[in-house]
Write a protein that binds this ligand. Sequence first.
Ligand code: DGL
Length: 268
Amino acid sequence: MDNRPIGVFDSGLGGLTVLKEINKYLPNEDTVYFGDTARVPYGPRSKETIIKYTFQAINFLISKNVKAIVIACNTATARALLESQEKYDVPIIGVIEAGARTAVYSTKNKVIGVIGTSGTINSRAYNKEIKKIGKDVTVIGKACPLFVPLVEEGWANKEISSTAAHMYLDELVNKGVDSIVLGCTHYPILKRTIGEAVGADVKLINPAKETALDLKSMLEERFLMSNSTEEGKYKYYVSDINEQFSRIASEFLKREIKDLEKVEIHKY
Ligand code: DGL
């Protein structure tokens, strides 16, 4: 039993899609969220830079006395999960294994599309994970670099996002994918727009639920579950306070985000 909080981080708002599932499946756990809003997007950055940013986020979360960390960012999972697990004693999980597993179970025709940032797609991390469990599956990756700025701008349901979705995704639909992994934690915020662009026959896979369930199993195995019977306490930190974060986060999580605190992340 361990009543310390769980740390969750992303480059910005995206990790909230994972936090929402963690709060749903682990309702009595306290969580500390960090969004690196001063340095979003991570997608186009080098592996070296992503590792540096990830270590700083982990150092910050450890300073908040977390008992486990979820890298709620596909780019940071692809580029820095293994390095982080090697460096730190605190248990750390990412989102890609869970997403790959969900996609392999979902596909019927064994043609899976994966969309994400350039960093995630170029790393081929999803291809590797999917091939481990579904050897006969074809994986077609597509980087969609405009999606993250559209979400951070609060334009997820505007016409401009729908145009971008068609430009990126028509190609995947024409190649016959029956499932598309939302391989960036920002993308579930665009789910409606993406769903309308690809049509109802294509299943959209959000790795967040499976990640939350993986986290739950990991906490149980290590006897790290909280024994509190009260609703978890939620704390939010960002590296730059902007007006959108609280508004979009409150809308998405359907609860008011109060007491957003700024962190000088480069000091960690
Ligand atoms: N939400 C992140 C991901 O899952 C990062 C997006 C970005 O900062 O480019 O990849």
